[in-house]
Design a protein around this ligand. Structure first.
Ligand code: NAP
Ligand code: MG
Length: 471
């Protein structure tokens, strides 16, 4: 049993004033791993004050110095690879495959920001004026549990690059993962107060970050509902917000696609991170006259998709993060059945032999129409809805008939055709014939998938205020 009873403020591990503990539960076995002592409103205020003080000098650091700090953090993270992968498997139930990719993304986040700093011009000329891109101030970083340390690394690295200081509120369910990254960040030797990390509840620590007038900007990843609460509170002090919210990503398989490649890829897109991914391709749009082929291929793919202990190299789908998330996913499977969709594979209950953990049967629904709740709401588990279309125009219409717009997928053997279809989809990112990540390209959502973008120049500029000097 591990007890995490420190938060990180002003360059030190300190005991929070908060007195409440939260139990850390292993999602694979539902045994208790440990507990974490939660920070309260006062702790959050202390963290914000430290970041405010540090901003005075950190905002004036040179680019060379910032690059050095970013490299120092990278070096500290590189030393502890196995620990990062193992703690994500143990505490979150992330599969070994996913935890390994996540670890690589943590490092890539730093690499791409360093590359950006090598070329980005903080002073520009616009019209006749000099425009200075100045650090925005203290940033509040609020993140969920589904890729905790990846989010910390991508958001914090951008804040550091911009010359901002930060207060981070991770999910309390990620406390052991947070402890490890905090140790690495501490080792990197940044000036005190540049980053502060407070474990605690959203309603307490998150709410104080949203309210406090000394926070200039919030970078949030999580549910659309909480994103709306944060944005409403933030506007009182005119905080800038970057919100990365939910999705219900369409995956259009055009009739000329290579189905034997596109369908297995669609399963990966739907079940990545055990379905707990905002970018998961959860609506599979297939030509009506090819439905039987699709069913056949998908059954074959699913028969080879291993659900189980996330420690095993071959496991593709692990447990849900918590019993609550398991119940949420079960509830949606029941809703799908009640709405008249047909369970092609999977369904309610736990897979045989995996009764102890929060395991869900990877589920595929057919006979789904796009108005059903399972086609409209983010489930955040391994549940895929197959929807048929008659024409390319109809496929695009269904893809865009959603309140979300984070990511989409298009497959076709004709690159030009795929490009034409992709250009008509209202989503922040459209993946053509594959699944990839470009850390220099913007990431973020249309419509209720969020506000603003992360990564690349657009992501960096979200941490900067332009100031025009007119002469
Ligand atoms: P969430 O409720 O949106 O929480 C995300 C973060 O916001 C957590 O750190 C949370 O703290 C904090 N928070 C909660 N209430 C807050 C408030 N009033 N003010 C400020 N911060 C607040 O997400 P979740 O509970 O982890 O998951 C619930 C659902 O959200 C999932 O089932 C899924 O549908 C969706 N989700 C989406 C993404 C995504 O990447 N788009 C990621 C995760 C979850 P606490 O942890 O203390 O609640
Ligand atoms: Mg929550």
């Amino acid at each position: 049993m591990k007890t995490i009873d420190k938060i990180y403020i002003n360059g030190e591990f300190i005991t929070p004033e908060g007195t409440e503990y939260f139990d850390l539960i292993n999602p694979t076995t539902n045994e208790q791993l440990g507990k974490v002592l939660l920070g309260n409103q006062k702790d959050t205020q202390k963290a914000i004050a430290a970041a405010k003080e540090a901003f005075k000098t950190f905002s004036k650091t040179t680019i060379t110095k910032r690059i050095q700090y970013l490299q120092n953090i990278q070096t500290s993270i590189e030393k502890r690879k196995e620990e990062f992968i193992n703690v994500m498997i143990e505490e979150y139930g992330g599969t070994k495959q996913f935890a390994t990719i996540s670890y690589a993304y943590m490092l890539k986040g730093f690499e791409s920001v360093i590359n950006l700093l090598d070329t980005y011009d903080f002073t520009k000329t616009m019209g006749k004026s000099e425009v200075q891109m100045t650090p925005i101030g203290v940033v509040g970083i609020i993140i969920p549990w589904n890729s905790s340390n990846v989010f910390i690394c991508s958001k914090l690295s951008t804040a550091i690059a911009a010359g901002c200081t930060s207060v981070i509120k991770p999910s309390e369910m990620s406390a052991q993962q947070t402890q490890l990254i905090t140790e690495c960040l501490h080792e990197a030797g940044l000036p005190k107060g540049v980053f502060n990390i407070v474990n605690g509840l959203g309603e307490i620590v998150g709410a104080e970050i949203s309210r406090n007038p000394d926070i200039a900007k919030i970078s949030f990843t999580g549910s659309t509902n909480v994103g709306k609460i944060i944005a409403k509170e933030a506007v009182n002090t005119m905080k800038r917000v970057t919100l990365e919210l939910g999705g219900k990503s369409p995956n259009i398989i055009l009739d000329d696609a290579n189905f034997s490649e596109a369908i297995p890829l669609a399963v990966i897109a739907a079940y990545m991170n055990s379905g707990q991914a905002c970018i998961a391709g959860t609506r599979l749009l297939v030509p009506e006259n090819r439905l039987e082929d699709v069913k056949k291929i998908i059954k074959e793919v699913l028969s080879n998709t291993i659900v189980g202990d996330p420690k095993n190299e071959t496991t593709a789908v692990g447990p849900m993060v918590s019993a609550k998330q398991y119940e949420r996913v079960q509830n949606y499977i029941q809703i799908g059945i009640d709405e008249g969709a047909e369970v092609l594979i999977g369904g309610l209950g736990k897979p045989e032999g995996l009764e102890k953990g929060n395991f869900v049967k990877p589920t595929v629904f057919v006979n789904v129409n796009n108005q059903m709740r399972i086609a409209r709401e983010e489930i955040f588990g391994p549940v895929l809805s197959i929807i048929t279309y008659k024409t390319e125009e109809e496929a695009i219409e269904i893809a865009n008939d959603t309140t979300y717009g984070l990511q989409a997928y298009v497959s076709s053997s004709d690159e030009k055709r795929a490009h034409k279809v992709a250009s008509q989809i209202n989503a922040g990112r459209v993946q053509i014939n594959g699944i990839g990540h470009d850390p220099m390209a913007p990431f973020g959502g249309f419509k209720q998938s969020g506000i603003g973008r992360e990564f690349g120049i657009i992501g960096l500029e979200a941490y900067l205020e332009p100031k025009a000097l007119i002469r």
